[in-house]
Design a protein around this ligand. Structure first.
Ligand code: URA
Length: 441
């Protein structure tokens, strides 16, 4: 056994050489235990940013990060367990729709989710808008809710993959966040620690997403799928459009309402079609459906029969939430002011810049500018017309749900600046760009 040297590890990474499993495990142990100083870890992160890691080293790194803290043992549940992750986008409430559909089809779904930061909201923040809902579960309660409801959606436990917490904090202050291998290992370490058998990743691409280009989104999706597969998990990724908000509602309680509408057979077309596609893939990955078409039919039946909505209401109740708020959404937090903004011109909506809407919602209080900021569950923006649709001048374009009129006025112009109109019908880009591996479809 060669003694571990951090200097040698940095040098090898800088030269693009393989590190070997032993060195990678020693590196993660040293980072977790605090025996490697931050300046050396920071230098190593910068070397990874420039040179990457070999596929084997990256998988070893991710598994070691996953094992750096508590891992869940879900083996007592007895069926293949599904997990779904989105890299985050404006109005992305798809998890609230996909997870109950899949659970209603008999596949348990175990989901731990981080809180939102910036213009993208977190699933847990949305759920917390339901009065009484508790996302902070002990491991025992997490497993118990999963066993009773075939579904659990909790906040990320603090002791999940602590090596990732240390690395992320250093990446944040050393300009090393935008590295595909580091992002992939960070996301996948937390997925592997939860221990689901089938992991579906929704990698958003576009101006409202972490990955702005198709090349970057594809590289991230392929890297995560390879790590998951090498770690023995059935893993797939959907790359979906984030050049416009998903659905019409942006803001926590507003998004819960839209998710409930979709679970009850209504909701916007784009959210419904993405949710059906993702649910169908998870049903194929867990062996419930023979192919995507069969999975989509099962998912549609789960919506039409009311089973998917019932599953969502059951998990909300099991986690302390007021399930009556899902039947009577007037029980959810409501903003005191709803200001309708009219279309400034007639024409087809060619573009709704997702960042303009996401940032406006964040400034209303729907998102966090900084970690630890408090969220206002009631506020946000609801699009009354979306990309591809025709509007007449003066017709409602979007509604601002705000605490007061002054607050509404401060975001109105910025949100409006995100719209582009055209005289001709606009070409709406496909919502689902591709699925990796293609053989899953
Ligand atoms: N989300 C994560 O969990 N980690 C990253 O590095 C980026 C996004």
């Amino acid at each position: 056994m060669v003694e571990f040297s951090m200097v040698r590890t940095i040098e090898r990474t800088r030269r693009g050489e393989p590190l070997g499993a032993e060195a990678v495990r020693a590196l993660v142990a040293g980072i977790t235990q605090g025996t490697i100083p931050d300046y050396q870890t920071a230098a190593w992160l910068m070397a990874v940013l420039w040179r990457g890691l070999t596929p084997d080293d990256l998988t070893t790194l991710t598994i070691a990060m996953a094992r750096s803290g508590a891992t869940l043992d879900l083996s007592s549940i007895g069926h293949p367990i599904a997990d779904k992750h989105s890299t985050g986008g404006v109005g992305d409430k798809a998890t609230l729709v996909v997870a109950p559909i899949v659970a209603a089809c008999g596949v348990p779904v175990a989901k731990m989710s981080g809180r939102g930061l910036g213009h993208t909201g977190g699933t847990v923040d949305k759920l917390e808008s339901i009065p009484g809902f508790n996302p902070e579960l002990t491991v025992a309660t997490f497993t118990d809710v999963l066993r009773r409801c075939d579904l659990v959606i909790a906040g990320q436990s603090a002791d999940l993959a602590p090596a990732d917490g240390i690395l992320y904090a250093l990446r944040d202050v050393t300009g090393t966040v935008p590295s595909i291998p580091l992002i992939a290992s960070s996301i996948m370490a937390k997925k592997l620690a939860i221990g689901a058998d089938a992991i579906l990743l929704d990698v958003k691409v576009g101006r409202g997403a972490f990955m702005e280009t198709m090349a970057d989104a594809t590289a991230l999706a392929e890297t995560m799928v390879r790590i998951g597969t090498d770690a023995g998990k059935r893993t797939a990724a959907v790359i979906s459009d984030m050049d416009r908000p998903l659905g019409r509602a942006v803001g926590n309680a507003l998004e819960v309402i839209e998710a409930v509408e979709t679970l009850r057979g209504g909701g916007p077309d784009d959210l419904r079609s993405l949710a059906l596609h993702e649910a169908a893939l998870l049903l194929v990955m867990t062996g419930k459906a023979v192919d995507e078409a069969a999975g989509a039919r099962m998912a549609e039946r789960a919506i039409a029969s009311g089973a998917a909505f019932e599953r969502f209401a059951a998990v909300v109740g099991a986690q302390g939430g007021d399930r009556r708020a899902l039947e009577e959404t007037a029980r959810l937090p409501h903003a005191p002011i709803v200001q309708s903004v009219p279309a400034p011109e007639s024409g087809f909506i060619a573009e709704i810049e997702p960042l303009a809407i996401g940032r406006a919602a964040m400034r209303l209080g729907a998102g966090r500018a900084r970690k630890g900021d408090t969220i206002d569950p009631a506020v946000g923006i609801v699009l009354r017309a979306t990309v591809g649709e025709r509007v007449e001048r003066g017709a409602p374009l979007f509604d601002i749900h705000a605490r007061d009129a002054t607050q509404a006025a401060t975001v109105r112009a910025d949100a409006l600046a995100g719209y582009r109109f055209s005289a001709e019908p606009a070409i709406v880009p496909p919502l689902i760009k591709t699925t990796i591996p293609a053989s899953i479809c």
